[in-house]
Design a protein. Structure first.
Length: 174
């Protein structure tokens, strides 16, 4: 049972790290000096992408350096709803915490690091949990899944069938 939880946490961490590189997180705000995050190689990832009170809130905090520490999720009323001292992986090293039924409001993910410089010992991110489910994303015409964070989706690429001689989609003349 414990091994299955570790595998699931590692899978979630991998997916969330991949998502972090493709999508800027607008709902998380930093309360630590940027130098601390850069030095630790910090990434804070919340799932779902737009947290809401009807879905479990899952948070992964990943760092590049092997610090000991504790992740805590603080509810809008100030109570600590979840804690994790168990550092996983490496590198990146990560902590995982989950709240099955989060209340709507401003949550805080706090990572308290042991052995980090004093100004970087505690790093906190705010995570906005919405009161209702946000509208789902829809795929655009010619795509299989929704495109996020794209300045110009399908720029120069048409939805025509693939040309077997070119080994890729046809390009429109611009």
């Amino acid at each position: 049972m414990v091994r299955a939880r570790h595998i699931a946490a590692a899978a979630i961490a991998s997916l969330l790290v991949a998502a972090a590189f493709s999508v800027p997180t607008a709902h998380a705000q930093t309360k630590a000096p940027p130098a601390c995050e850069d030095a630790a190689g910090l990434a804070v990832l919340a799932s779902p992408l737009a947290p809401w009170k009807g879905a479990p809130l899952r948070v992964v905090v990943a760092v590049e350096q092997a610090f000991a520490g504790e992740l805590s999720l603080t509810a809008p009323d100030g109570t600590v709803a979840a804690k994790s001292r168990e550092r996983e992986g490496g590198p990146p090293y990560f902590w995982y915490a989950e709240v099955a039924a989060p209340a709507a409001g401003a949550w805080h993910a706090t990572l308290a690091l042991v052995g980090a410089p004093a100004e970087c010992a505690t790093i906190t991110r705010a995570i906005a949990v919405q009161g209702k489910q946000p509208p789902g994303q829809r795929a655009t015409q010619g795509s299989v899944w929704p495109a996020r964070g794209c300045a110009a989706p399908n720029r120069g690429v048409t939805a025509e069938p693939t040309n077997p001689r070119s080994h890729g989609p046809s390009r429109s003349a611009s």
